[in-house]
Ligand binder design. Structure first.
Ligand code: SAM
Length: 398
């Protein structure tokens, strides 16, 4: 992580100060909840080329550490290094150590088919039928399907980075152009896909999680989201060697009000995965449970309102707000820290982690003279994030 260590500085930079390229908008000081005193940690707001982000300044053992902030993101990393250097220069710091010099760095080639979740929220659009494979592992099945069905747009979901890298290599070697890969928890991904668009969802040999069933891919919520994004006659296809997982899913699926389910035992598929080969050698049964969608759903809107309409009295909030996490069934909120903006009334940053338990989000809420907004960009438009946002609004009203 880029950082600068120094022991003295000659100039205080607390309010905005501009040079040719950088503006330091404010300095905010951490507020310690436990002792109700100010800690020696600061957030410095930087603006460069319309990108706004924070730096962290910590004071320890009569030395100062200036580094990037973990929550606010900005690319390329050179912007952070330049701003650290610029701030140290502006306060005339006596530098003891720094790793922010500009070295020629090898830039990784962009992974054309590896997409982040923002791409699916803002840019993804296709006229082709979509098929999704959840937890593709070695990718044998996904690659086979993509080769056999060039007119279908495949989306592969995986959380294991080496599997993703392996698949991307094969996509390149086999010159396939109809697979997009996302490193994202499959249970949360479907919220970003429009209704009635997907032909098939494959879930092959999911981790059975016999001791922690709450971590399984299949749940009532997952099945309902799958049915929403599936087209009429689209299918959700489970293949598993685990009798317990098969029983669990069969029970969930047969509790649906409507639907068609087919079950096969030891069905042969044209391609066999690494796991499948292993289970077959051990003589285990393989179960297929296929749910066909017989409903059409209304489209969803990702146009969630993440604004704060009402004024927030920051100076009052700091003395009463609790750092105890609020935990509800499908979301939580944890206020991590508060940073009071120097020289300005009713202004500060609230550092908060919130949203779903599987994909928590860290953000700052910037309060500028009682007006609040999320610092940098808005939270991802998920139902858990929206519920957490609405609860936060309530908590900040007091
Ligand atoms: C037992 S492996 C099966 C891999 C492959 N489908 C096969 O048949 O060989 C399960 C895979 O699911 C992935 N996985 C587990 N939980 C996931 C989740 N919530 N979202 C996406 N992938 C997940 C794991 O990383 C792992 O690669």
């Amino acid at each position: 992580m880029p950082h600068i260590l120094f022991d003295k500085f000659n100039k205080e930079l607390v309010s905005s100060s501009t040079n040719d390229e950088f503006t330091f908008n404010f300095v905010a000081t951490s507020y310690n909840f436990t002792n109700k005193i100010r800690k020696t940690e600061y957030k410095i707001c930087v603006n460069k080329e319309n990108k706004e982000f924070l730096l962290t300044l910590k004071n320890k053992d009569e030395k100062f550490l200036l580094k990037s902030d973990k929550v606010t993101r900005v690319t390329p990393v050179q912007i952070i290094k330049d701003s650290l250097n610029e701030y140290a220069k502006a306060i005339e710091a006596n530098i003891l150590f720094s790793n922010t010099q500009n070295f020629n760095q090898k830039v990784k080639p962009t992974q054309k088919y590896l997409k982040d979740i923002d791409y699916f929220i803002n840019d993804f659009n296709t006229e082709k039928e979509i098929q999704i494979e959840i937890g593709f592992g070695s990718g044998r099945h996904l690659l086979h399907q993509a080769k056999e069905n060039p007119k279908v747009q495949f989306i592969g979901l995986e959380i294991h980075t080496p599997s993703i890298e392996q698949l991307l290599k094969q996509v390149q070697i086999q010159e396939l152009d109809n697979i997009l890969v996302v490193n994202y928890d499959a249970r949360l991904f479907m919220e970003f896909i429009n209704s009635n668009k997907v032909g098939k969802i494959f879930v092959h040999f999911p981790v059975p999680w016999d001791k922690k069933p709450h971590r399984r891919i299949y749940s009532n919520e997952f099945i309902n989201e799958a049915l929403r994004i599936l087209k009429l006659d689209g299918t959700l296809e489970l293949r598993t060697d685990s009798r317990k997982y098969f029983d669990y899913c069969s029970e969930l699926l047969t509790n649906l009000n409507t639907g068609r389910i087919t079950i096969d035992i030891n069905k042969d598929l044209p391609i066999s995965s690494k796991y499948e080969d292993r289970w077959k050698k051990q003589g285990k049964n393989i179960y297929d449970v296929i749910l066909s969608c017989n409903q059409e759903d209304e489209d969803i809107s990702l146009d969630f309102d993440f604004t704060f309409q009402e004024d927030i009295n920051y100076d009052e909030i700091i003395s009463i707000i609790s750092t105890k996490a609020v935990v509800e069934d499908d979301y939580f909120i944890h206020i991590e820290d508060l940073f009071t903006i120097e020289g300005k009334e009713n202004s500060g940053l609230i550092q908060v982690t919130f949203g779903s338990f599987d994909r928590p989000l860290s953000k700052y809420i910037l309060i500028d003279n009682k007006k609040a907004k999320y610092f940098q960009d808005l939270p991802l438009p998920t139902s858990s994030n929206l519920k957490a946002h609405n609860k936060l609004k309530e908590m900040l009203k007091k």
